[in-house]
Write a protein that binds this ligand. Structure first.
Ligand code: IVH
Length: 678
């Protein structure tokens, strides 16, 4: 019996050892295949073969969970949906790069290094500047342990679970140092970016402006499953250990041999002339690449000179980023269409023959107003030069007056509203055309959208999609109907996508909005020239909306900072009986029309503080201006020592540098919303 037990035990142990070995072999095979596919871009097996092998591993791991390790290929999407990202202090600051915009700048860069190094022999390394977000990857004893964003350079955010989903990031490496750190750029390929936007278009979501914004939005996603569904990628370009190798080029070969993805356009250059030649070579490749680049980075190759050349507080002096100019393309302007906004303002847009511009296919351009079309002599059917100005919608630079051009008709501006067909008007000193029909459907929908927006009544959850649906079903035709929402419960629940819970949440947000201070209401009404700041100024004097509407032009104008244009606009608005009725009805349904300083929405963090806004934020700039002003802060354009905060988005440039040097508080969008919440 005892012998049998021993035999069983030995057999069992051997059996388990075999399982462990089998699991390890499968892992190694999968890692090799993943490396070939995701890093080298040279698959060695069919997708199906890979999937089957992964399934085999999953089955074994399910049966023997004691052998699941965090670096198993099955564990890429493991994290929970989190509430926020933890902050992480970088062991070494993540510096930025100085910029060069032309050859002269490059020669200056070369000269300053030569001055520092005198007779020392040095060389350069030139590589593409990937247009993504910097990331730091940390490995401990060969195992992937952390991924951190750059943040402010000293402190970033821990996005480990999101980066783990990136297949080109090895989860274990053949370098078992206690601490190993590499840095690089997370990006989305142009193809993947277009796929994501296509998907968003179908589900009516806002489109990402460019692959970098999409990558930034993805890396800051709190749900790793969504991250995994978007195929982020990462190029590594900086190995932090300078003791192991003596040159940047060698360290890149080393991290590449460990399985990291290193860009293959990097080149060792002996002189600044070689550098310029390679920068030009990369620029020629720019639009054939699968990913976006916005320049080339030039680095001194020999590590031993880094300290001698030195650093500023923001960047190393041994490297610089050469920025490529924005791409300009010629395409045919196929048609012009106009749309109407909430104030009735007409905006013109161009439909273009699809053209690949700066890495994405564009087929529309903004034309602003009829005056713009007239000044640029734009004609339907003409060839135009287009350029992307950091946004998804490019701008028309100029028209090409070729032979074809002379055969085309001059564009005639529209005379009637594209939505309701009523006659358009131009106000005295303006260039824009306006639809002045009160019953124009598009205008109503757009003004309802404004009424519920964050800077106005702040009815959370009432999206434009919901408004359109409720409007189409005649449930909401004006702002009063929003406050009768409850009465239509059964009908609203029948509309698709609206469950009981969403209904209740929306109802709660509507009820809450009734207690807003009246400046929110006044701003929400969308009276021309009455922005959130003016609304507050007006109500500080008149105390309630009715008093304001009964005031004379002189009384309104007597407020410092309120001019005749605003006063006239209010007088015009209040002379319309429907508007007076609207205020009465809003009061009857319980909406607060009083303004009292005590219950003012001034936010201690924002009130009386000055803000400068820079970089790309998740929403257009006016959105943040409205918010800041509605909470009592002010937005200024130039940064100075007196500025309280710099609200810095992605790709913040010179203002960020200036803020740092003036020691102005720099806040992210997330910090800003935290301040708002008090
Ligand atoms: S080197 C200390 N190399 O560009 C030097 N940066 O504008 C570290 N970038 O913050 C940066 N491609 O996010 C380096 N091949 C490359 C790069 C690169 C893109 C980004 C990086 C950096 C920014 C500076």
């Amino acid at each position: 019996m005892l012998l049998k037990n021993i035999k069983d035990f030995t057999f069992n142990r051997r059996y388990m050892e075999d399982i462990k070995k089998q699991i390890e072999e499968i892992k190694l095979t999968l890692e090799t295949w993943e490396h070939a596919y995701y890093v080298l871009d040279k698959p060695i097996v069919d997708d199906l073969v890979y999937d089957n092998k992964l399934k085999e591993l999953k089955t074994l791991e399910e049966k023997y969970p004691e052998y699941i390790t965090s670096d198993s290929p099955t564990q890429r999407v493991g994290g929970q949906v989190s509430e926020k990202f933890e902050k992480y202090n970088h062991k070494y600051p993540m510096l930025s790069l100085d910029n060069a915009f032309n050859q002269d700048d490059l020669y200056d860069f070369d000269k300053s290094i030569k001055k520092q190094l005198e007779k020392d022999n040095f060389s350069y390394f030139v590589e593409p500047k990937i247009d993504g977000l910097s990331i730091s990857l940390i490995y401990e004893k060969g195992k992937f342990s952390k991924a951190v964003t750059r943040g402010n350079g000293l402190q970033g955010e821990d996005v480990t679970f999101n980066v783990k989903t990136i297949r080109s990031v090895p989860l274990r490496i053949n370098d078992t140092s206690d601490y190993f750190e590499v840095r690089g750029e997370v990006f989305l390929s142009k193809k993947e970016f277009e796929r994501i936007n296509e998907e968003r278009k179908l589900s009516n979501e806002d489109l990402f402006a460019n692959p970098r914004n999409a990558a930034a939005g993805t890396i800051r996603q709190l749900n790793p499953t969504i991250v995994a569904s978007r195929r982020l990628d990462v190029f590594l370009y900086y190995y932090l250990n300078r003791d192991k190798y003596t040159k940047h080029s060698e360290s890149l070969s080393y991290i590449s041999s460990l399985g990291f993805k290193v860009n293959d356009l990097g080149k060792h250059c002996k002189s600044i002339e070689d550098v310029i030649e390679h920068i030009n070579y990369i620029e020629n490749q720019r639009y054939n690449l699968q990913y976006e680049i916005d320049g080339a980075v030039v680095k001194v190759d020999e590590f031993k000179f880094y300290d001698k050349i030195g650093y500023t507080s923001k960047f190393p002096k041994w490297a610089t980023a050469y920025k490529y100019p924005a791409e300009i393309k010629v395409t045919k302007l196929l048609n012009i269409f106009a749309s109407v906004g909430r104030t009735g303002k007409i905006t013109y847009n161009a439909i273009l023959s699809p053209v690949s511009l700066a890495g994405t296919t564009v087929q529309a351009a903004t034309l602003h107003n009829a005056e713009y079309i007239f000044n640029k002599k734009i004609k339907v059917g003409s060839n135009v030069k287009v350029k992307k100005a950091g946004d998804i919608i490019p701008e028309v630079l100029e028209v090409i007056e070729d032979e074809l051009y002379n055969t085309l008709e001059t564009y005639k501006k529209i005379e009637y509203c594209p939505a309701c067909d009523s006659k358009l008007e131009i106000f005295n000193d303006e260039v824009d055309q306006y639809c002045i029909n009160f019953n124009c459907e598009r205008k109503i929908i757009k003004s309802l959208e404004h009424f519920v927006s964050r800077g106005a009544m702040n009815i959370d959850g009432m999206s434009i999609k919901i408004i359109e649906k409720l409007y189409a079903n005649k449930i909401i035709k004006n702002v009063i109907d929003i406050y009768n929402f409850k009465k239509h419960k059964s009908k609203i629940l029948e509309l698709d996508n609206m469950g009981e819970k969403s209904f209740n949440n929306l109802l709660e947000a509507i009820e809450k909005s009734k207690t807003n201070d009246a400046d929110k209401l006044l701003f929400g009404l969308g009276i021309r020239y009455v922005g959130s700041k003016t609304a507050k100024l007006l109500l500080e004097r008149f105390k309630d909306v009715k008093n304001l509407l009964n005031a004379t032009k002189e009384e309104i104008e007597s407020i410092y900072e309120v001019g005749p244009k605003v006063a006239q606009s209010i007088i015009d608005w209040s002379s319309i009986q429907e508007n007076v009725d609207l205020i009465n009805e809003l009061q009857i349904v319980g909406v607060n029309i009083n303004f009292s300083k005590n219950q003012s929405n001034d936010n201690v963090n924002i009130s009386k503080k000055s803000f400068v806004i820079t970089g790309t934020l998740s929403k257009p700039r006016p959105y943040f201006v409205d918010l800041i002003e509605s909470f009592g802060g002010k937005v200024i354009s130039a940064i100075s020592k007196k500025t309280d905060y710099l609200l810095a988005g992605e790709e913040a440039g010179s203002k960020l540098e200036k803020a740092k040097s003036l020691q102005v508080n720099i806040i992210s969008e997330e910090d800003f919303f935290k301040m708002l919440e008090g």
